[in-house]
Design a protein around this ligand. Sequence first.
Ligand code: GDP
Length: 434
Amino acid sequence: SPIVAVVGRPNVGKSTLFNRIVGDRIAIVEDQPGVTRDRLYAHAEWLNYDFRLIDTGGIELGDAPFLTEIRAQVDLAIDEADVILMVVSGREGLTHDDEVVAKMLYKCEKPVVLAVNKVDNPEMRSEVYDFYALGMGEPHPVSGSHGLGLGDVLDDVVAHFPDEAAEQDDPAVRFSIIGRPNVGKSSIVNAILGEDRMIVSNIQGTTRDAIDTRFVTNDDDEFVMVDTAGIRKRGKVYENTERYAVMRAMKAIDDSQVVLMVLDAETGIQEQDKHVAGYAHEAGKALIIVVNKWDAIDKDTHTMTDFENLIRQDFKFLDYAPIVFVSAKTGQRLDRLPQMILDVNANHQKRIPSSHLNDVLMDAIAINPTPTDNGRRLRVYYATQVAIAPPTFVIFVNDPELMHFSYQRFLENQIRSSFDFSGTPLKLIIRQRK
Ligand code: GDP
């Protein structure tokens, strides 16, 4: 989906506006396990459009001078975005710094939409005309803190979205390699691409760089490795920040069908690993946990099981993800990855006929009767799969309130033990049958 970058000098209210556009989405994901609510990057929607929003002001360069900071923001926006939302402040009026930002944006070929923030009441609306002087077209008055005027701005933003048509019938499986710095992502990329593979092309993405790599294996299976350039690192100021790395990972996850989450056997699991894994889970992607540097570990008979237990403990919400222990250095087990990617991708796209699904659920209920609350018993009438990637099931019941978390978990496990869904999250939606 398209990317919108929010740009502007400090204190114009970029993050207030950002949060307002993202809206209750953030609130919804907040109580999920390990899920990030990084204000640098989030999903949003307007009318029928889904898009992604980047707050370039969230990049956090430390105490870099204004020009460096703003240059980094603008570079980030120009490199990553389809549409740029430039924010100024109607309360302070047109400033020199706004002009500096505008000048940097002139040279870019991306469409720019201008929002005049902090226009909290109608009397202030006449002030916005000064901003025509920026040469960015019509200034839209908005109030991030009061939620005013957003509709007009977003209408203008979505009008500039590129047409999304291609990609639909692509037989290639899109996957990304995600993990902290130094876990060995680049080494894995090089090992995968190094041998016996035919690299078909580097695909021109929405940015200037060729970011995706398409290749075919000896078995004629086609893959696209998403954001290979991002893994190989580049040189701009903002690219050296940790928050950018996290943003880039989130974006790569969004653009993939399958995520390879790389852990370092030597350093073990760390907070940042959970952060990214939580995002992949939340995004509903197929996922494989790859433990790299297995060559560097002193092994006794329990090491692999011990490590596996540790992972299962720390990533409870990823209990469906297969784990593979590899070494990018020696090449150990790397040859398994292509088939694993194909397998979890097939599971991610699996469709279960309603008759099979309902047989499984009725058997499950027979083994373990539905819960009751105040003498009222949950009744499960019927279930059907409504979507793939991830497989999504709607279960019709008498009263969704009676569906306890633990019982839902039980039903999900019964579905998992009847069909192979390894590597993919499942979504269960509980609906009242009228
Ligand atoms: P990235 O930041 O995740 O892309 O990590 P790199 O691929 O740059 O690797 C970081 C460091 O770990 C480098 O010094 C690699 O040589 C080393 N490394 C990567 N994979 C392995 C491995 O399988 N075994 C060992 N022993 N070292 C590895």
